[in-house]
Design a protein around this ligand. Sequence first.
Ligand code: MSP
Length: 646
Amino acid sequence: MTTYITTPIYYVNAQPHLGHAYTTIVADTYARFCRLCGEDTRFQTGTDEHGDKIAEAAARENIEPKEYVDKISGMFRDSWPVLNIAYDNFIRTTDVEHIKVVQSILQKVYDKGDIYFDAYSGLYCKGCERFLTEKELVDGKCPDHQVEPQAITEKNYFFRMSKYQQQLIDHINANPEFITPERYRNEVLSFLSEPLEDLCISRPKSRLTWGIEMPFDKDFVTYVWFDALINYLTGLGYPDDEKFAKYWPVAEHVIAKDILKPHAIYWPTMLMGMEVPLYKKLHVHGYWNINDAKMSKSVGNVVRPAELVEEYGVDGFRYFALREMSFGLDASFSHDSIIDRKNSDLANDLGNLYSRSAAMLVKYCDGVVPEPVDQQPSDKELTDLAAKVVSDYKQTMGAFEFHKGLQAVWELIRFANKYIVTNEPWALAKDEAQAGRLNTVMFNLAECLRLIAMTIRPVMPETSAKMAAGLGLGENDPIVSSLSESAGWGMIPVGTKMQEIDVLFPRMDKKKEQAPAEKPKNQKKSAKKEQVAEQDDLISFEMFQKIDLRVAEIIAAEKIAKSDKLLKLTVKIPEERTIVAGIAEHYAPEDLIGRQVIVVANLKPAKLMGVPSQGMVLAAKTGEKGAQTLVLSAVSETVNPGDKVA
Ligand code: MSP
């Protein structure tokens, strides 16, 4: 079996956010799942780099469009490894090969008469990059972008989309899995029940130069779906490369509902016009909102994937994204919901199962997988459940119901935790006569861990590898990496030697400060400044200069009553001040006297546990999340208290 899975190619007018990350994690998980099932799999993502919005973004930054797209495309490319996204191909619409293919397709469709030149008046939405019909407007505005579309009349090239309307309806009716989930298929069929208009596919160069030139008219560029959608073919070396012959017939696209129409209507009709077979499936998911509100730059609640990885770990984030959203429906993100999932599903259920089982294997079996000699009828409940879980998992993951696939695996995890309680290995260990039974119970637990390591592999590759290592198995041992070969019960070899690994998922504390993405923006920056900060994650030198960093000498330190974490420090900078620091778990007060540390001296005063604090002591956080140690900042030689740090 062969699979070709794609994400949309993302516009390079903004940095990657939670929405882009979700789609890409979905495609990556599906690609990994298909590989787990032994399929020859190709996964493509990339960036969409032509068009008005991008030319405008470059102009705002005062740089050439090419320089601008190189930069932002690089940000997308760099952000994917952080999420453990392993694509096979990253396509850019500014790639020379892509441009050539788009032009040759345009010429072919033009030559056969499916592209014509005509005057057009319409209501154009810049956000959607297309003309909208009156019917689509809500209160005269584009429902997606909340702006009134512009009335435009100009001569342009059109693709005869209407010609293929019936053929498309027939195809959708004959192939129920062409567009899923079903609600989106119904939406498309309902749209197709009205006459389809032809598609405007050009812009005069007088209005836009940043696009692919029409091969039959140098005064026009193509715009923009006729450029972007074709990426799915050019990434396979269309038309002559063998990759095209191999992967195109099994192409599956993942998108969100915002670009349903271009993918479910423009693209298949374009393929008909090009005389290329249609893709196999379109998988459509819903939208992530943030605390139930729309994610938007102006509200200041845009969630950045890198920050989530930093905070919750790559697997914590990947698990949350796939478990929390029912594929096809909208979902709401909040820091509390991700912490809840991490604590309950990952730390409590999976983490505990692993650590308890591994500890008992070490204690009772010298860390070696024992031989099961005494399977009891009650064990059949476990082995039957494992078989059912693997079968449900395969079916749901293959159908893009990732939340259900994970639910199935968690059924096994929770059952295995109960299995420990009902079988009481600690009691069996006290009775010599029960040695065989103890070995069987421990073997069954090791086998559960193997099946869990294998089934979570597409979603949490890092944790899966860690568990495999803990079980003394190589990351790519077929018994943890091949569902086609090793889905049955009892495959972990007797005699396998366990290895010690770190805690899988430390618990997280909910009462910490809100992460930046949830805080509303309260300062108005100028558009230009915001753009730069947005794109670079950089602050200006002026901004840095506003932070008053000083060397402070600690002259007194004491614990704060009722707090495990806080110390009250008296420092000289050179005047005396009180600063409350969260270092009580890492430093004894008496060890701090005389130390020189770096402080932020112009932080707004605050009260912590009733003690006024005028500044912040800087320290490095080191070690694994949840088990971090704080190491105080220092200067390498003694200096005068109050000296500036710059
Ligand atoms: N360039 C076009 C796609 C061309 S594909 C031939 C485009 N780019 S985009 O940058 O706007 O990306 C849209 C896609 O980003 C959505 O379809 C979805 O995959 C993802 N998401 C953007 N915001 C999202 C949410 N808030 N929630 C979920 N996914 C979202 O459209």
